[in-house]
Design a protein around this ligand. Structure first.
Ligand code: AKB
Length: 336
């Protein structure tokens, strides 16, 4: 039977994406290093526990399934990748090469293209200093592609690898599509190993009445998006006919508060929130190299990227009610 393969399905994006794919009627085969959380597993046709860098896992999948689409979510994020660069390269690059090679073999075997969704990142941009970051306040896809982290280097190389496999491989081969994700904020899950994690971590800590020491300065500004909007745009991109896509890798954005502005909104929602700022030099440097915002006009034109949540609505209609519910608090909205 035709199946949709989701690598790293047990992660943050998978938690929202997998149920949406199942609701569309897609038979999801999930691949993750660890068994899936039960609420994600319940939406899967099958789940495989394995490592994307293990060649044997791909032989097993090929023997059992006709994979018609792949959402390749498995990756080590920016902070973890800086701490473990060799492992990051092995997983983020070696694992992605395995995914693309597998997709090519599936396409060749069946004589049809296999769509691959690759979640790239704002980390592929590298702004050298604050003046440049301010000058290129809403960065375009072709600007400052000078990543300053192992994660950013990995992801930019994989964008090129995907483009290579799509353009140079057999006509009926890989159909690689890519969004450059900003920081993602989910009310249901917490990120791990990222540098944009300060946003969701701050919110979830406040809802639990825990003090939070933010690891970047108050004036640190990067683009963010709530998870439902990110998944909506990923699904839109994957559903769009290739003839309508003018790019392989698209910026998608929604809002871009500074860490201090984000903290103010969190304090409005949770008046007792204990938020302090103590920049971590390595993580601060990562964020300083990332763009303050992205120009996502091509995504809006080509596949209808249109985030439902701006910053106030994200807090009032999604994050605060859902986070309060998650931690058993009464629902209330931000006063702003
Ligand atoms: C990270 O912080 O590493 C990721 C990202 C912005 O790609 N959330």
């Amino acid at each position: 039977m035709p199946v949709t393969l989701v690598t790293g399905a047990g992660g943050e994006i998978g938690h929202t994406l997998v149920p949406r794919l199942a609701k569309q009627g897609q038979a999801v085969v999930a691949l993750d290093l660890n068994p899936l959380p039960p609420d994600t597993a319940s939406h899967c046709h099958a789940q495989l526990v394995g490592d994307i860098t293990d060649e044997a896992i791909w032989k097993g999948i090929s023997d059992r399934y006709d994979v018609v689409a792949i959402y390749h979510l498995a990756a080590l994020l920016s902070t973890t990748s800086e701490k473990h660069p060799a492992l990051a390269h092995r997983v983020n690059v070696g694992g992605t090469l395995n995914v693309l090679t597998f997709a090519q073999s599936q396409a060749t075997a069946r004589g049809e293209r296999v769509r691959v969704l690759f979640p790239s990142t704002i980390a592929i941009y590298g702004l050298p200093d604050a003046t440049t970051k301010a000058t290129f306040a809403r960065i375009k896809e072709h600007q400052w592609l000078q990543p300053t982290t192992m994660y950013g280097c990995n992801k930019l190389y994989c964008e090129h690898l995907g483009k290579y496999m799509t353009r140079h491989a057999a006509a009926k081969g890989v159909d690689f599509r890519c969004v450059r994700l900003p920081g993602l904020i989910s009310a249901e899950t917490l990120p791990s190993g990222g540098t944009s994690d300060f946003g969701p971590e701050m919110l979830h800590a406040a809802a639990q009445g825990k003090p939070y020491e933010c690891f970047v300065r108050e004036d640190t500004r990067i683009p963010f998006m709530v998870m439902p909007d990110a998944v909506d745009s990923i699904l839109r991109l994957m559903a769009t006919d290739a003839s309508k896509l003018t790019l392989t890798a698209y910026n998608i954005g929604a809002f871009n508060p500074s860490a201090g502005e984000f903290a103010d909104l969190v304090r409005s929602a949770f008046p007792g929130a204990m938020i302090t700022f103590k920049p971590n030099p390595m993580r601060q440097a990562i964020c300083d190299g990332w763009p303050a915002d992205v120009d996502d006009a091509p995504a809006r034109a080509d596949f209808g990227h249109a985030p439902a949540y701006d910053l106030p609505r994200a807090f009032n209609d999604y994050l605060v009610p859902a986070v309060r519910s998650r931690y058993g608090l009464s629902s209330a909205s931000v006063t702003r």
